[in-house]
Design a protein around this ligand. Sequence first.
Ligand code: ZN
Length: 126
Amino acid sequence: MHFALCESPKKIMPTYEYRAVDLGKSCDRCRSGFEVIQRITEPELTRCPHCKNPIYRVIFAPAVVIKGSPITETDKKIKEYEKDGKWSHAAELADKEAEKTKREDLKTRALENYKKAGYNFDKYDT
Ligand SMILES: [Zn+2]
C-alpha cells in the first residue's frame, strides 16, 4: 500500500506572513513579522500566538504580470518616451517591439503614439 497521496496536501499549504499592528505592544516575534503555514480555509489569525497582541496578515502583492504584456526593458523605455512627450520615438520603439514579439498591445500603443506624434493615418490606412 502506498500513502504518498496523504503527503501531498501539505505541499499546497500556503505560507502567510503576519505582523504586529501596534509595534509598541508586540513581542520580538511579531514585531519583525513571522510566517505561518495555514490552509486556505483556515481563518486569518488576528492575535499573535506569542504575546496575544493584534496582528495583521501581510498581503503580498503578486508580481505584476499581465498576460500578454510583460513588463520589459523596452516597455519601460517606451513609457519614458511617452512621459517626455517623445511620441514618435515611443511609437517607433513600440512598433519595432510589436513586430518582434507579436504583441497586440504594443501595436495599439504604437498607433496611438504615432497619432499623438501627428501622423495622419487616414492616408496610410490599409
Ligand atoms: Zn507577538
